[in-house]
Unconditional design. Structure first.
Length: 180
């Protein structure tokens, strides 16, 4: 955990001098993202794990997008897909909803999820997203909350920090997102 906080603070400090030069155009649903992730869970055979998270989101219509994601960690991996809709509530706030499916190797099963959230874009230097969701796997429903913060660095490149909190544990991530 200390390593994650050190990494996050270091990246924010490095990004601060160039934030004023960031060239972003609001909330984007077209991006590639790569994170380092740390997970801590209270499950039989799985407690803590480090690894990478990868994601891709592509707009398929004015208010719709598809997403692909995957996680590769010490003891587990998963991959999935989703389709989402977004609606501009006011100029800098979007409401979002997404449904999809995934495969998780720790339980060797396929699952489904649904998520509802909001994304807020504050001027040219900060974006914040928050969502709640349910995933269904192995005949169980799991409630979770997710928070994501983005700090634009330079011409479509942003530093991103994420956290996902669940009943059994949490996952933290820090990395970069490139909007295209």
């Amino acid at each position: 955990m200390k390593k994650l906080l050190t990494l996050a603070c270091s990246l924010i400090a490095l990004a601060a001098p160039v934030v004023s030069h960031a060239d972003t155009e609001g909330i984007s649903y077209d991006y590639v993202q790569a994170n380092w992730a740390f997970s801590s869970f209270d499950l039989d055979g799985f407690d803590e794990s480090n690894g990478a998270q990868l994601g891709l989101s592509v707009s398929i219509a004015d208010n719709a997008y598809i997403s692909l994601f995957g996680t590769i960690q010490d003891d587990t991996s998963n991959a999935g897909f989703g389709i989402g809709l977004h609606h501009e509530l006011v100029e800098s706030v979007d409401l979002t909803t997404e449904v999809g499916g995934f495969y998780q190797d720790i339980v060797e099963d396929f699952g489904a999820y649904t998520e509802l959230g909001a994304r807020w874009y504050s001027c040219k230097w900060f974006e914040l997203g928050a969502s709640v969701g349910l995933d269904y796997i192995d005949s169980e429903a799991n409630f979770y909350g997710r928070v994501t913060a983005l700090v634009p660095v330079y011409k479509g490149l942003s530093f991103v920090a994420t956290t996902k909190l669940e009943e059994e544990g949490q996952t933290y991530g820090a990395g970069f997102r490139f909007n295209f």
